[in-house]
Structure formats: C-alpha cells, structure tokens
Design a protein around this ligand. Structure first.
Ligand SMILES: [Zn+2]
Length: 324
C-alpha cells in the first residue's frame, strides 16, 4: 500500500472512530429526542395558532380590513399600520423586537395568513422565511419562541419549562463543540423535554403524549439505527446553525444601527456642550466688563476730592435755602 493510501486509511479510521464514540452517539440520540419533542407539539400549535388568528380577524379592529396596498418606498398603508399596532400590543415582551421582514404582510387578514402572523413571534428567519409556512416546517427554536411570546395559548406553557427546553436542550445540543454529550447531559435534556410534553398545555394532547412515550422508549432502549439517526441529527444541526447564524447577523445589524445612532447622538451632545461653553465664556466676558465698570464707579465714588465736591454742592444748596 502506498504511503498516501495508508495515510488516507488512517484518517478515515479516526473519523469513523469519532462517530462510534459513546458521547457522539449521545449527541445523535438527543437530536432524535429534539425531533420527537418537536413532532409532539406541532399539531397542537398549528391548531391553536389558526384558532387565535381566526378570532383576531373576526373581531375589531382587525376585522374586515381592506387588503394591504403598501408600495415599496412609501409609508405603510392603513391596514398594515393597524396590524402592526395590534401585533405589538399582543407581543408578550415589554419591548418587542419584532422582525417584520419575517412575514409577508400581503397575507395578513387572508383566510390562510395564520402562520405569516406566527412568524412575527420568531427570531429572524432570513432567507428561510419562504420555507417556513406552518408548524411542521418551523424548527423547534422557532416554535419555542412562538410559545413564549405569542398569547395564542392561554394559560401559556410555563416560562421555566420553555427556557429550559431552549437553552439547556436545543442550544446546548446545537452548540456542543465536538458533537458530543455526556450521559448526565442526556438525562437532563430528556427530563426537560419530558416536562415540556407534560406541561398542562400538552398533557391531554394525544400527539404530545405519544411523543412523551416515544421519548421514554428512546431513553430506555437507545438508538435502533444509529447511521439513519445520524443523518437526521446532521440535518437538524444544519437547520439549527443556519437559524442561529441568521439571528447573529440580525443582532449584529441591530448593534451596528445602535452604534450609528449613538455616534450621531454623541455628536449632537458635543455640539450642544460646545455651544453652552461658548455662551458661558461670552457671559463671563460680559460679567467681567460689568464688574470692571462697577469697580471703577465704586472707586470714583470713594475718592476724597470727589467727596469734597459733593460736600461743597450740599453746602451751597443749604446756604441758598438759608438766604431765602
Ligand atoms: Zn400594507
């Protein structure tokens, strides 16, 4: 065997060995668990979102609005202004950062516009926005955001359960640097996902309960077909990383916008300060002139010859009065 081929064989062997490591199989197993959990909540979310949307478009002020007539480069049409005001009001964040670009506003109010409105409660979707058309085509991160910020389910899923599913499950898995997870991570993640599927919102839903059972089976028996699961895991990873990258770009754009804004504001403040300082200086000069004038008057008034003159004037006046 040539040296080159031997090197290739060794490289392949180490790559395959990485895939066979227990920790990597754990990572693949968690990907399956995330897919199972997502499939368990999809149906209920779709139904609830459609019902909420129907109630929005059947009641004032969003009822029977004219179709959007927005023209690029012009101010938004009256219909969009009303929709935006209402959606901001419904957003559960105190300071909502809505990515209006996620959604096709021409579909707001149409009978099939439910998911276009749902997308406004998700992080930036970027170029994926045209592929996200329902709960099924939305990744678990987007669905968790929708559950957190949109009031389409009341009472809503516990915030703690949602943030654990997002940060300790989905994000922890997607950002595992070597695509490896310890047994303890697997236990924690399965626990959080199970709590999500058994939250009061989902505990009477058939699909969610089937997923909860599938999750238990996976936890007890492990992966049946590792290679097939691996393909699914990489597919999910690609989807998750694209979502995170899009969000990072969006956050970066926000930061850049803020820097530009702060720069403009600081220049404005600088100008005001300079103007104030020159006013103060000018006022200082005026005051100095005033003080000099007053000092000179005081000095003149206090001079002995001046006093003498004044006394003389008073004496003369007195004499004139006496002679009368
Ligand atoms: Zn419009």
């Amino acid at each position: 065997m040539s040296l080159c081929k031997e090197k290739d064989r060794m490289a392949t062997a180490s790559w395959v060995a990485e895939l066979d490591k227990k920790e990597h199989k754990n990572w693949v197993m968690v990907a399956c668990a995330l897919n199972i959990a997502k499939n368990g909540i999809t149906q209920l979310l779709q139904g609830k979102m459609e019902a909420w949307y129907q109630s929005l478009i059947s009641n004032p002020p969003l009822q029977s609005l004219a179709p959007c007539t927005c023209v690029p480069g012009s101010p938004k049409c009256g219909t969009c202004v009303t929709w935006e005001r209402e959606l901001k009001r419904y957003h559960k964040s105190k300071r909502p950062m809505i990515c209006w670009d996620n959604s096709d506003r021409k579909q707001w109010g149409s009978p099939t516009g439910a998911w276009e409105v749902a997308k406004l409660f998700m992080p930036t979707l970027g170029r994926r926005k045209t592929q996200v058309i329902d709960a099924d085509t939305t990744d678990i991160g987007g669905l968790l955001n929708l559950l957190e910020w949109c009031p389409f389910i009341y009472p809503s899923v516990s915030r703690t359960v949602l943030s654990s599913a997002r940060d300790k499950c989905r994000n922890h898995w997607a950002h595992a640097p070597k695509q490896e997870l310890q047994d303890a991570d697997v236990n924690t993640i399965f626990g959080h996902l199970n709590r999500l599927l058994n939250d009061p919102v989902f505990n009477a839903d058939k699909a969610a309960q089937k997923s909860s059972k599938d999750l238990q089976d996976l936890f007890n028996h492990g992966l049946v077909n590792v290679r097939e699961s691996e393909v699914a895991a990489f597919h999910l990873l690609r989807q998750s990383l694209v979502a995170d990258l899009t969000k990072c770009r969006d956050d970066l754009d926000d930061v850049q916008d803020k820097v530009v804004q702060l720069d403009a504001e600081s220049k404005k403040v600088d100008k005001t300060v300079q103007k104030d300082m020159s006013d103060v200086r000018e006022q200082g000069d005026l005051n100095k002139e005033e003080i000099d004038k007053l000092s000179s008057e005081v000095y003149t008034a206090g001079r002995p010859d001046k006093c003498h003159d004044e006394t003389k004037k008073v004496n003369e006046s007195s004499r004139k009065i006496y002679l009368k």
